[in-house]
Design a protein around this ligand. Structure first.
Ligand code: NAD
Ligand code: DAU
Length: 354
């Protein structure tokens, strides 16, 4: 069995669904079910004995120790995190608590468990930490993409908290020999992404005829990767990655935000035309995100050379699937956009509109 933390979130849920499509090895899913965790994303696994869900915090050492002793996983994959940059600007404390303190406790509990293993079980054990390209900071227009040796230079409370947790993972390997693996991935998109992030937010607002809030000049660049490609990269690193190493994961697909928004509008106009006119009419430039990183780009050469991974989707195929998925899953979006979501939208955007 493997232990996945944060498996009710966007990437974790996609990872578990793919894993159980490809393997029969069971998954223990530990998730706190914050606003970002949705069991509806895993509804397809109802009644499937290979998925064991436990609601809990990665920082709860007693709970995690009990789960490790009972289920004896061969690997821990740590997806659990507070993940939204704008929320980290409004309220950084939860980010420190989960991403830094929570990861620290999880590492310590994993280390105690690993120390009690022997022989083949001990050799095979892995702690895989899912991190982000944001730890490397911001690139200028002509800078080379981030490699695994680019120094950390985080700029938001979110990326600072991910950088801190990455350092703790590194230290656990270097000091105690814990067999860790780290992945640093670029921006994901695809099914089950919470609609606070750029692509699903634009899809839902456009469908409702609401403004499409583009921060600043819309020329910030991100490198977009379809979520199942990220999941495949994580499986490759878990299977064959060298312990103590990090692997950058990216789509070789840099795009300015404004182009993403125009692409989403054009796809919606094609798949569900709006009698009031093209959705691009809804684009509204709003005040920028404080400290907004200008450009991210990933050099995913190492994972390609060493593990043979490369993305299967192009941006064209992935974004079409994504828009179609949101059109076909209104029940999921209705469920996740109740109550708390509306409060967040008004906190983050009311000021900007004003
Ligand atoms: P998400 O916000 O959609 O999901 C996070 C999940 O973690 C939720 O289910 C939440 O309930 C759970 N969680 C939060 N705090 C917890 C705690 N203390 N204990 C247990 N569970 C907790 O995030 P995501 O977009 O799926 O990202 C998953 C991971 O991948 C994160 O570590 C993130 O930093 C990293 N990452 C994300 C992206 C991206 O584009 N979304 C890119 C690179 C890396
Ligand atoms: O690079 C990997 C990171 O990608 C992950 O580590 C994070 O967890 C994930 O949230 C994502 O961070 P970003 O800040 O890049 O993603 P977000 O979708 O919030 O924003 C993408 C870009 O779009 C960014 O330049 C800000 C801009 N944006 C975002 C929102 C929500 C807008 O212009 N308008 C918006 O309303």
């Amino acid at each position: 069995m493997i232990l996945v933390t944060g498996g009710a979130g966007f990437i974790g849920a996609n990872f578990i669904l793919d894993w159980l499509r490809l393997h029969d090895e069971p998954v223990l899913n530990l998730d706190k079910l914050t606003y970002a965790g949705n069991l509806a994303s895993l509804a397809g696994l109802q009644g499937d004995g290979r998925h064991v869900f436990v609601r809990g915090d990665i920082g709860d050492r007693g709970l995690v120790a009990r789960l490790l002793a009972e289920y004896r996983p061969r690997a821990i994959l740590n997806f659990a995190a507070e993940s939204h940059v704008d929320r980290s600007i409004h309220g950084p404390e939860d980010f420190i608590q989960t991403n830094v303190v929570g990861t620290f406790h999880l590492l310590e509990t994993a280390r105690a468990y690993w120390a009690g293993l022997s022989g083949g079980e001990r050799d095979a054990f892995r702690f895989l930490h899912v991190s982000t390209d944001e730890v490397y900071g911001s690139l200028g227009p002509h800078d080379a993409p981030f490699t695994e040796t680019t120094p950390y230079a985080p700029n938001s409370p979110y990326s600072a908290s991910k950088a801190a947790s990455g350092h703790l993972v590194r230290a656990s390997h270097h000091t105690y020999g814990l067999p860790t693996l780290t992945t640093n991935c670029s921006n994901n998109y695809g099914p089950f992404q919470f609609p606070e992030k750029l692509i699903p937010l634009m899809i839902l607002n456009a469908l409702q005829g609401k403004p499409l809030p583009v921060y600043g000049d819309g020329l910030n660049v991100r490198d977009w990767l379809y979520v199942t490609d990220h999941c495949a990269a994580i499986r490759a690193v878990l299977a064959c990655g060298r312990t103590g190493e990090t692997y950058n994961v990216g789509g070789w697909n840099e795009m300015p935000n404004i182009e993403i928004v125009h692409t989403v509008c054009a796809l919606l106009d094609d798949m569900r035309p709006d009698p009031r006119g093209p959705r691009a009419r809804l684009i509204a430039h709003v005040p920028d995100r404080p400290g907004h990183d200008r450009r991210y780009a990933i050099d995913a050469g190492r994972i390609h050379r060493e593990l043979g991974w490369k993305p299967a989707e192009t941006f064209g195929s992935g974004i079409r699937k994504t828009v179609k998925w949101y059109l076909e899953h209104a029940a999921w979006t209705d469920q996740v956009t109740s109550g708390g979501y509306r409060e967040w939208m008004s906190l983050n955007y009311a000021e900007r509109q004003a």
